[in-house]
Design a protein around this ligand. Structure first.
Ligand code: N01
Length: 486
């Protein structure tokens, strides 16, 4: 298994629970937690309610907040890994560089680089199956702005927060207004001397009223049936957002009206409202859940700048209107290099084919999990399995169960591995692409889509549909590779 974030933990838990004990997790970081280990910016939190953003098999009765904060989620990941016996199987500080299928031994060779006190050590392991749980949002992207390195002050990315830098009283620029910026801007605005927020595109907002978890709710959650019922209710509530995105002309309008009302309430000044307003249909990009970002823009020490950044200078960003914004610190809240999945890791399948070549026209995988020609190689949170509002943990659990069932098929067939049939993947992909037609996702460019417009990040339907489609991998969908002994 590559990665010990929520995906790696989900699949390790599933395999261990079903008696598949020979499990090793290779993790580049110093511990488990994945995205919740790396994203430690002030205000980092989840915008999915706590009772839903947690594994169904490791439910907690009690959460501190309605929307859990980063520290609590990271603690939950660590405690879950400890409780399920996963922690001792995690090999940390180990970056996997390549996974290579060997046609003769019918096994995978996994090469990695471990960083320790003795420096860097190259390692090699052999595996019957490989699960890549490296995520979709793990490689921070800097803005494509000329002269970025010329800036003489402090700069860092939101996903690599510089804890050692004291922002108090400083002149700070935040570039970007996505989900990360939306969370960190309200936290740092009261601390800094002056804050300039650079926005390229406005966003649609819905309220997110975070507060300590009501005691009665935590009390009620002592009963497993109450937790199940509450999770189901939250799940269906969140599916309403997908309904709006799937049907922009009908349900989407109602979503857009509610969002516009929320935004008007939060931005009474028409000038600021005009600047912050999105220029694309509701739901095309991620709808941001926040009740404190727009009010933060109204603070006297905060300025929203919508002129494009022409270039970075030693003193700060120079915008296209010729204005120099002198700052002490630049925070890049500019998201991630997306649609690359596990790349640049080298992954070679049958006949030495590189996944990079297979994905030359965009990443693709059967149910986001299996790629033809790569036997017993599984992806967690792979192509077309992102959700625009639901709980990614729901998808991860469905994928983990799929991996386990597929490995049971291998065992049942006495085979070495299984490979999804190309025609099965192709048919699934055609159906999937057709489902994007007419949805809000197709009406603007976003990190979900390739430059030629294909959405390779998102699942186009409801969460329940994904669970149904992944529930029973059928033998007929695969080619079984006999084991050498037979
Ligand atoms: O990144 P983003 P993010 N000048 O790519 C802007 C998840 N997440 O880290 O929209 C000015 O969304 C860019 O502008 P534009 C969630 O899935 C979840 O915020 O491309 N601006 C955009 O505003 C989310 O979708 C939580 O025009 C520039 C911003 O940078 C994903 O992570 C919390 C620019 C990047 O936004 C990524 O979110 C946080 C430039 N030159 C994140 N270049 C939860 O609550 C780029 N931008 C669970």
């Amino acid at each position: 298994m590559v990665g010990a974030g929520f995906g790696g933990i989900a699949v390790a838990a599933e395999l261990l629970r079903h008696g598949m004990a020979d499990v090793t997790l290779l993790e580049a970081a110093s511990g488990p937690g994945g995205t919740w280990l790396h994203n430690r910016y002030p205000g980092a939190a989840c915008d999915v309610p706590s009772h839903l953003y947690s594994y169904s098999f490791a439910q907690r009765a009690s959460w501190a907040h309605v929307f859990s904060h980063q520290e609590e989620i990271l603690r939950y990941a660590r405690e879950t890994a400890d409780a399920l016996g996963i922690t001792p199987r995690i090999v940390t500080d180990t970056t996997v560089t390549s996974c290579t299928w060997d046609d003769s031994t019918r096994t995978w060779t996994v090469r990695s680089r471990r960083t320790g006190s003795e420096g860097e050590v190259e390692e090699e392991r052999v595996a019957d199956a490989v699960v890549l749980a490296t995520g979709q949002l793990d490689k921070p992207a800097l803005p494509a702005v000329a002269g970025l390195d010329d800036f003489a002050g402090r700069s860092f990315h939101s996903a690599r927060w510089d804890d050692g830098y004291d922002l108090r009283g400083k002149r700070v620029a935040v570039i970007g207004t996505g989900a990360s910026a939306t969370q960190l801007v309200p936290e740092i605005a009261p601390l800094v001397g002056h804050l300039t927020v650079f926005q390229r595109t406005g966003n649609w907002f819905l309220p997110r009223r975070d507060r300590p978890m009501p005691a009665f709710l935590n009390r009620a959650m002592r009963w497993p049936w109450a937790r199940r019922a509450w999770r189901r209710l939250l799940h269906h509530g969140i599916e309403l957002l997908t309904l709006c995105i799937r049907h922009p002309r009908t349900f989407g309008r109602v979503g857009a009206l509610l969002s516009a009302a929320h935004m008007r309430r939060q931005l009474p000044d028409p000038g600021l409202r005009r600047k912050a307003w999105p220029d694309y249909p509701f739901g095309c990009k991620r709808v941001l859940l926040s009740s404190d970002f727009l009010p933060a823009l109204r603070r006297p020490n905060v300025e929203l700048v919508t002129d494009g950044i022409a270039r970075m200078t030693p003193k700060g960003p120079l915008t296209e209107d010729g204005r120099l914004h002198e700052v002490d610190c630049v925070i890049h809240a500019t998201g991630f290099r997306t649609n690359t999945f596990m790349l640049p890791m080298e992954v070679r399948g049958a006949d030495g084919r590189s996944i990079r070549d297979v994905w030359a026209e965009g990443a693709r995988a059967h149910l986001g999990i299996m790629v033809p020609g790569f036997p017993s190689l599984f992806l967690m949170y792979g192509p077309n399995t992102n959700t625009s509002g639901g709980s990614i943990l729901f998808f991860l659990e469905a994928q983990a169960a799929y991996v386990r069932r597929a490995l049971e098929l291998v065992r049942g067939a006495g085979a070495a591995a299984l490979d999804v049939r190309p025609e099965v993947e192709e048919a699934g992909l055609r159906a999937l692409r057709a489902r994007f037609e007419g949805t809000a996702w197709q009406s603007c460019s976003s990190w979900y889509r390739t430059p030629d417009g294909r959405n390779v990040a998102n699942w186009p339907g409801y969460m329940g549909e994904y669970a149904a489609q992944t529930r029973r991998p059928a033998s007929a969908e695969f080619r079984f590779i006999p084991s050498r002994a037979r």
